[in-house]
Design a protein around this ligand. Structure first.
Ligand code: SAM
Length: 325
């Protein structure tokens, strides 16, 4: 079965947030008064199993576990196992800051983890520490090596570019792709943190500016063939082993090819990252036949997917860390 929305978009990817908690406190992401425990009502392994069963029967085929920080969730391996055991789910990945990766990698791989997207806004220890309010970049670099050892490929790195924080990191991050098959992707900062709109505009860096900076350093980037339905525009530095991607949700919105649905850790469905539209579906998990009820909820969320998200700085009801990036 294939699931399409009212605009003919194929819906096949799920972002599933497993916790609101995070062990980093990135300046642009983590409000200081954020959750430090999983609140009652947070999605359980059984909930994940039911959701994936319903989703896969409708045509969802890829799941990316996120948060908060998915590696702080004790039951993550059991959730990955539930994905592995669901017929039709073909791609199982996590988006992670990777701090706890060395500690947890073996159990995750044994459970069926196939790929990792590692967030790394800076490869310079002091800059990383400042941006994350105390994080140790050494652990992230170690996690990258471990991902290769464990063959969790392709290994993708995501860096959100923010003026005054990490614009000086563009070249060092890109250099990581020179002699390793790493996919370094530069993301535009979205107004999903309820920052002051002027402050946001001041800090925003367009992908084109990042690309121009790289071309000044390395010469023209070479276009690489890539999945046209994926949001990243992919290039490489001449002679490099890895690639450089640009994900520009603000200056080059990719809503027309959006294939995603999101489930938050408190069981709300988000048809679109960039609108406040949200459906509390906790009731469906409590229903006598949860898979059937969740199926109805997924269909309703698909039906409500808007044509476009809103990238303008507006007050959001939920910020990125609570939605699941
Ligand atoms: N803790 C995990 C991690 O660090 O990857 C998963 C959750 S985090 C919210 C997912 C991604 O969203 C991170 O790469 C983070 O940099 C990105 N992110 C957070 N706020 C953002 C924003 N306002 N605009 C763009 N990306 C953002």
């Amino acid at each position: 079965m294939k699931l399409t929305d009212n605009f003919g978009r194929l819906i096949k990817d799920l972002r599933l947030s497993v916790t609101p908690r995070c062990n980093l406190r990135c300046l642009y992401c983590h409000p200081l008064d954020w959750e430090t425990t999983e609140p009652p009502g947070t999605v359980t392994v059984e909930d994940v199993r039911h959701f994936l069963k319903a989703g896969s029967m409708l045509g969802l085929e890829a799941v990316r576990f996120t948060g908060g920080e998915p590696l702080v969730r004790k039951e993550l391996p059991q959730m990955i196992e539930a994905a592995r055991d669901t017929e039709g789910i073909r791609d199982i990945a996590i988006t992670t800051n990777a701090l706890l990766f060395r500690r947890r990698a073996k159990e995750l791989v044994a459970a069926g983890l196939q790929r990792v997207n590692i967030s790394l806004d800076s490869a310079t220890p002091e800059v990383f520490k400042a941006m994350t309010r105390g994080g140790d970049v050494g652990k992230v670099l170690d996690a990258i090596e471990l991902s290769f050892e464990l063959k969790l490929e392709p290994v993708k790195l995501n860096a959100v570019m923010i003026r005054g924080m990490n614009e000086g990191e563009v070249v060092p991050l890109a250099k990581l792709s020179l002699d390793r098959p790493l996919h370094v992707r530069f993301l535009e900062y979205m107004h999903l943190d309820n920052s002051n709109p002027e402050e946001y505009q001041r800090r925003f860096i367009a992908g084109a500016e990042t690309k121009a900076k790289l071309e000044r350093e390395f010469g023209p980037l070479e276009k690489v063939d890539s999945d046209p339905s994926a949001p990243a525009r992919v290039y490489k530095i001449k002679g490099s082993v890895g690639t450089i991607g640009f994900i520009n949700p603000v200056t080059e919105a990719f809503c027309s090819k959006c294939s995603r649905l999101r489930l938050t850790s408190d069981k709300a469905m988000r048809p679109c990252l960039l609108t406040d539209l949200e459906m509390d579906i906790a009731w469906a998990f409590e229903a006598q036949n949860p898979v059937e009820a969740i199926t109805d909820a997924i269909l309703l969320a698909t039906d409500r997917k808007p044509a476009f998200g809103n990238t303008l700085p507006t007050l959001r009801e939920r910020v990125m860390i609570g939605i699941g990036g």
